[in-house]
Each structure stands twice: as structure tokens, then as C-alpha cells.
Design a protein around this ligand. Structure first.
Ligand code: ZN
Ligand code: ZN
Length: 96
């Protein structure tokens, strides 16, 4: 089974985690998140508001921030469960 590395297809479909495929995903996410971010900034009724997705795309409106902190609280509460989950992949995208 072969596929072209450095494509989203390899990453998503074949779960390839080679540097090329990971880079493709990073590039894709950056472009995608920037687009959503623009939409969120210009449209207060955008459905991605008040979601983790909206926050991850860079929206810092009150609803998105509130959703994010609720999520963090939940995650902290579940930490002991997560420690046992060895299939948990490392975080791929970090907002800098
Ligand atoms: Zn690959
Ligand atoms: Zn928002």
C-alpha cells in the first residue's frame, strides 16, 4: 500500500505520521484556522462560536473563551482516566 507523503490523505487515511505528512497537516490547519478565524471575526452568528473549534481557530470572544475554560476544567477532572489511555496521540497542533 503506497501513497504520496506530504499530503493530508496520507495523514488522515493511512494514519501516517512521517515528518512530511505531519507538515502537510500543520500547513492545512494553519490555512483552515486562519480562514475560520476571519469568518468568526466578521460574523458574530457563526456556528463555530462558543465551541472549542472556534477557540482553536483563534477566536477569543466571550463565548469561545467560556467554552474553552469549561473544557479545560473537564479535562483536568478526567486526567486520571487519560493517564491510562496509552493510545492517546500527542498534541499535534500547539497555538503559539
Ligand atoms: Zn507520510
Ligand atoms: Zn467566538
Amino acid at each position: 500500500m503506497t501513497w504520496r507523503h506530504g499530503t493530508l490523505h496520507g495523514y488522515n487515511h493511512y494514519q501516517c505520521r512521517c515528518p512530511d505528512c505531519r507538515q502537510a497537516v500543520r500547513d492545512h490547519n494553519r490555512t483552515y484556522q486562519a480562514r475560520i478565524h476571519t469568518q468568526l471575526a466578521t460574523n458574530p452568528d457563526h456556528p463555530a462560536h462558543a465551541t472549542l473549534h472556534g477557540y482553536n481557530c483563534g477566536c477569543r470572544c466571550q463565548s469561545c473563551v467560556a467554552t474553552k475554560s469549561a473544557y479545560d476544567r473537564r479535562r483536568r477532572a478526567n486526567r486520571t482516566l487519560c493517564l491510562n489511555d496509552v493510545t492517546h496521540p500527542p498534541a499535534e497542533t500547539e497555538n503559539r
